[in-house]
Design a protein around this ligand. Structure first.
Ligand code: HEM
Length: 345
């Protein structure tokens, strides 16, 4: 993913678009990753690590490496917990966890100091999420929450979403967050992606603070418990044709995605449910909306839609497509709508 060094300070994170690549398949994840990464770090630290050329600086690289290690350590924990009788084979890497914690602390503090110094210098009273995170730092584990949902939607889904976007947004401007409420089908597409491919299929580990019995299962105090929200979203007793990507199901039945309806739990439920759920939904809806409004998507030449590998890289804390999606993007709006808008940080 992070491949060649192209500058002493920056290395390539994602590709920028070039006319000569028109019609070629692109690895969609590279672009989505940069958008999700920048969104989260801008929100958390008031800072984007990946610039408009798709280049990432040293600190961004360190941040990314830290996140990757978090996920690796998290996954090792889940493996040991899933197969208790094999636990001796997966000893918890206490030392690695401690080292990781210290690294995370050091990097966070450095970024924090920069953030505070910059604010002091500019006299900017702008408060970023980082201030709240610092206050609640024990509770809020800083991690890159990947907002990758499935992008490959079948043609009919794509057409329907684009018809809705064209009707509501038109071809003279780009979609805004204020349009979401008038785009019910797009919202259904986002929900269906989160149902079929929840980015955190096993939620985060929860520790039982006492002996409990849930649904007939005895859970001893101290156990780490994972909730398989992937299985919940695929449960044939709760969903008709659960393996089918059919956004219309949410037009037929209004199902809440934020933990009120227990058969759709991509953000978990209860006291430790995801505090970023609304932001997550908005990010997914926004990415899908912009990608579908701006481009017509097709498989690379010679690839049939049914040949696209939709399987996931399980197990792990965060779910990706096993084979990164390659797709051809064909612009469908006037050229001036593809210009990058500078963002006020
Ligand atoms: C599509 C996007 C997202 C998905 C699918 C998602 C999913 C989840 C899930 C399943 C959990 C664990 C809930 C549980 O164990 O019961 C969680 C926890 C958490 N999420 Fe998210 N999340 C997303 C976006 C975000 C964003 C954008 C933020 C922050 C800006 C965020 C911050 C957190 C935090 C801090 C926790 C830990 C909460 C706690 O332990 O009390 N998430 N998320």
């Amino acid at each position: 993913m992070i491949s060649s060094v192209v500058h002493s300070k920056y290395i390539k994170f994602s590709e920028t678009w070039h006319a000569e690549n028109s019609g070629k398949g692109l690895v969609v994840r590279k672009y989505l990753e940069a958008v999700a990464f920048n969104n989260i770090t801008r929100l958390a630290f008031g800072k984007r690590f990946v610039n408009s050329e798709g280049l990432i600086d040293d600190q961004g690289l360190e941040f990314k490496a830290l996140v990757a290690t978090s996920l690796k350590l998290g996954a090792s924990l889940s493996l040991a917990e899933h197969i208790p009788w094999l636990r001796w084979m997966f000893p918890l890497e206490e030392e690695a966890f401690a080292k990781h914690g210290a690294w995370q602390k050091r990097l966070t503090e450095t970024i924090m100091e920069e953030h505070t110094a910059a604010r002091r210098k500019s006299g900017d009273a702008k408060q970023h999420f980082v201030d709240a995170l610092l206050t609640l730092k024990d509770k809020y584990e800083l991690s890159e929450v990947t907002v990758i949902a499935v992008l490959w939607v079948r043609l009919s889904v794509q057409q329907k979403a684009q018809e809705e976007l064209d009707r509501i947004v038109g071809h003279e401007r780009v979609m805004a967050e204020s349009d979401f409420s008038d785009l019910p089908y797009l919202q259904c597409v986002a929900k269906e992606a989160l149902r079929l491919h929840p980015p955190t299929p096993l939620t985060l580990p929860h520790k039982a603070t006492s002996n409990v019995t849930i649904g007939g299962y005895d859970i001893p105090k101290g156990s780490n418990v994972f909730v398989n929200v992937w299985a919940v979203g695929h449960d044939p007793t709760a969903w008709k044709t659960p393996d089918e990507f059919r956004p219309e199901r949410f037009l037929e039945e209004d199902v809440d995605v934020k933990g009120h309806d227990f058969w759709l739990l991509p953000f978990g439920v209860g006291r430790r449910a995801c505090p970023g759920a609304q932001l997550g939904i908005n990010l997914v809806t926004s990415m899908l909306g912009h990608l579908l409004h701006h481009f017509l998507w097709a498989p690379p030449e010679g690839v049939k839609p049914e040949e696209i590998d939709m399987s996931e890289n399980t197990p792990g804390l965060v779910c990706f497509m096993r084979t990164p999606l390659q797709a051809v993007a064909k612009p469908r709006l006037p050229a001036h709508l593809y210009k990058r808008n500078a963002v006020d940080m």
